[in-house]
Design a protein around this ligand. Structure first.
Ligand code: 13P
Ligand code: SF4
Length: 333
């Protein structure tokens, strides 16, 4: 019989491939990008993990929930999405009539790859009582097969709002799903996918850095394994990390998430010292997919209005129902 345990995350190169824009080019490119933005009536949305020079030219920098919420209400004609492919695809699902472009169409995600639509469909068929909640880190095809989407920022709320008489199938992140089960007490069937970046943090590495900075709290993303989450003072989405750190009285704070977050945190909390939690095997705290986007590629995609997200309308329409259900649940008091 088909079993979710059979589905493994794809192997991806664990070492970051990071192209660095020479400092002399940054100002000229940023000026051109701002001019193009005006000409196109475009909005630039950037995820917290983007390189600093992209964050600095963006109109909005945020987590996947904040960026989806912004995409749902923008009146711009063109959405320039600086993040990974599934994030731009979500913006397109919410705006089928608008042009949605991204700097690098190959910016994928190990979670998305771990859950192919046909495998999900086959597994759903094993239990007609499943109510499928998909973490937003998945393809449009998976969104179209799901009852509701969630992000790390609202997963607890979405699971709490799920029908009580249904069996929840949570895809594709087993670590986020495990954390949500701990928070809500609701049993769920978890798809066996993971984020290849966040699983690099280990109990031993976090323990060592804590010993070096005894007074510093640890803030970790829920995509981290349980052994790491258990050591954390706060487990939350990237946007909630900003508000948590702003409110904290600690001067030094250890951060266990992708390295791009540190730029945003330093900007929002200039008086604090952020310590990137080390990984055990290598300096693996950069997502090679997020780092495929560069300022040059951002500029070029705005000139060419490509790569562009295109979706079969029927697929987009089905995915939209699940995303809008999430946005509605998220807006509840
Ligand atoms: P957030 O929704 O917390 O920004 O996380 C997205 C992500 O891809 C984490 O790896
Ligand atoms: Fe996907 Fe992990 Fe990269 Fe986030 S950090 S986009 S979950 S591979």
């Amino acid at each position: 019989m088909f079993n979710a345990a059979d589905v493994q995350s794809v192997g991806v190169d664990r070492f970051p491939l990071r192209a660095v824009t020479p400092p002399a080019q940054i100002d000229a490119l940023a000026r051109d990008i701002l001019a193009l933005k005006k000409k196109l009536n475009a909005v630039i949305l950037a995820h917290n993990y983007q390189v600093p020079e992209i964050q600095d030219v963006a109109d909005v920098v945020g987590d996947s929930l904040g960026l989806a919420q912004h995409a749902a209400k923008t009146d711009a004609d063109v959405i320039v999405f600086c993040g990974v492919h599934f994030m731009a695809e979500t913006a397109k699902i919410l705006n089928p009539g608008k042009i949605v472009i991204l700097p690098d169409a190959d910016a994928g995600c190990s979670l998305e790859s771990s859950c192919p639509g046909p495998k999900l469909k086959a597994f759903q068929a094993t239990n007609p009582n499943f109510w499928t909640i998909a973490y937003i880190n998945c393809s449009a095809e998976v969104k179209a097969l799901s009852d509701c989407i969630c992000t790390s920022g609202n997963a607890v709320k979405v699971v709490e709002a799920a029908p009580k008489d249904r069996d929840i199938l949570f895809v594709p992140d087993e670590n986020l799903g495990g954390w949500v089960m701990e928070q809500t007490g609701r049993p769920m069937t978890l798809w066996k996918g993971d984020c290849y970046v966040h699983v690099e943090w280990t109990h031993a590495a976090i323990t060592r850095i804590r010993q070096k900075h005894p007074g510093a709290p640890v803030v970790a993303h829920p995509e981290c394994p349980k052994a790491v989450r258990m050591l954390a003072d706060e487990v939350c989405s990237t946007e909630k990390m900003v508000t948590w750190c702003q409110r904290s009285t600690a001067k030094d704070i250890i951060i266990a998430t992708e390295a791009g977050m540190l730029h945003r945190l330093k900007k929002e909390c200039p008086d604090k010292n952020f310590i990137p939690a080390p990984t055990d095997r290598c300096a693996c705290n950069e997502c090679r997919f997020m780092k495929m986007n560069t300022l040059e590629k951002l500029h070029d995609c705005m000139v060419a209005l490509a790569p562009r997200i295109e979706l079969p309308p029927e697929l987009g329409a089905r995915g939209r129902i699940a995303i809008e259900r999430m946005l509605e649940i998220s807006a509840r008091p």
